[in-house]
Design a protein around this ligand. Structure first.
Ligand SMILES: NC(=O)c1ccc[n+]([C@@H]2O[C@H](COP(=O)([O-])OP(=O)(O)OC[C@H]3O[C@@H](n4cnc5c(N)ncnc54)[C@H](OP(=O)(O)O)[C@@H]3O)[C@@H](O)[C@H]2O)c1
Length: 260
């Protein structure tokens, strides 16, 4: 059982903006200590300062690490150990997307995305699961996407990476339940963050606020929900036949404005 207090340490990858930062604020308000991991030091320091403004006693540690690099998970693990901290809750949130025809993808950027969205998520899970199994407690929240529910033409490898996150997390959840560890998966729909700007697109007007997504994610994690899907429309999306969703994604992603 994880207690909501200063003895609970939460490691959040991508905790400097969007959903990750909103989750960091939520955990700080609940009295937890947070460790933020992201690739830009200035953004980490800014996030630390902002979180310090929420609570004077906020315990915020930062680790500057590009998680798309081969050895990144191991380095984060070592850095946390060097700080003499043990992780009670792991939030694998850092990720980015790519749009465009698969054959036009920049190969090195796509490799970096797959390492970040798949490899680092897997390795961090396995490193911390070992520790959590030994303690017989702990929680993991892996951030997938509603894109995990269908193949995504013109964003093929990104959607596939999120399908991996969903499948891996739900399988590991089954194993971990026997060891007292809870693994939950968050499937956000369109959310107003820096995500679309990074992918060279505009944020759609219907995007949810990251604070709302984070609140739902937090509640779902505390209730140990297997699949946490913020928003009614996003939940209903699961019921739509895959062929229809595939055509809809193709149309949206191929739109001249690249609005999705
Ligand atoms: N926004 C949406 O509509 C949406 C929908 C479904 C799923 N998601 C998923 O939600 C998660 C969070 O995304 P967001 O929307 O909150 O995006 P965001 O605002 O762009 O935040 C991304 C976070 O990840 C960090 N990050 C990116 N690349 C990194 C790297 N190589 N190494 C370490 N940290 C890295 C960023 O910090 P630095 O850049 O400083 O490293 C930032 O803190 C992602 O996994 C995304 O796929 C988002």
């Amino acid at each position: 059982m994880v207690h909501k207090n200063k003895d609970t340490t939460v490691l959040i990858t991508g905790g400097t903006s969007g959903i990750g930062f909103a989750l960091a604020k939520k955990f700080i308000r609940e009295g937890c200590r947070v460790i933020l991991v992201a690739s830009r030091r200035k953004r980490l320091e800014r996030a630390k300062k902002m979180l310090g403004g929420i609570s004077q006693s906020a315990g915020v540690e930062i680790i500057c690490q590009d998680l798309s690099l081969e050895e990144a998970a191991g380095r984060v693990y070592q850095e946390v150990a060097r700080k003499h901290l043990s992780v009670d809750i792991l939030v694998n949130n850092a990720g980015f997307g790519m749009t465009g025809e698969a054959v036009a993808n920049d190969v090195s950027r796509e490799e970096a995305m797959l390492r970040l969205n798949i490899q680092t998520v897997t390795q961090l899970c396995e490193l911390y699961l070992r520790e959590m199994y030994q303690r017989g407690s702990g929680k993991i929240l892996n951030v997938a996407s509603v894109g995990a529910f269908m193949p995504g033409p013109y964003t093929a490898s990104y959607y596939a990476s999120k399908a991996y996150v969903g499948s891996y997390s739900r399988a590991v959840r089954y194993e971990a339940a026997r060891k007292g560890v809870q693994v939950c998966t968050l499937y956000p729909g369109t959310t107003r963050t820096e995500f679309f700007g990074r992918a060279g697109a505009k944020t759609p007007f219907w995007a949810m606020k990251p604070d709302k997504v984070a609140q739902i994610a937090y509640d779902g994690l505390m209730k140990n929900r297997e699949m946490i899907i913020p928003g009614v429309v996003n939940r209903l999306l699961r019921l739509v036949p895959v062929k229809i969703k595939l055509f809809a994604v193709a149309a949206l992603k191929k739109a001249p404005t690249q609005q999705f």
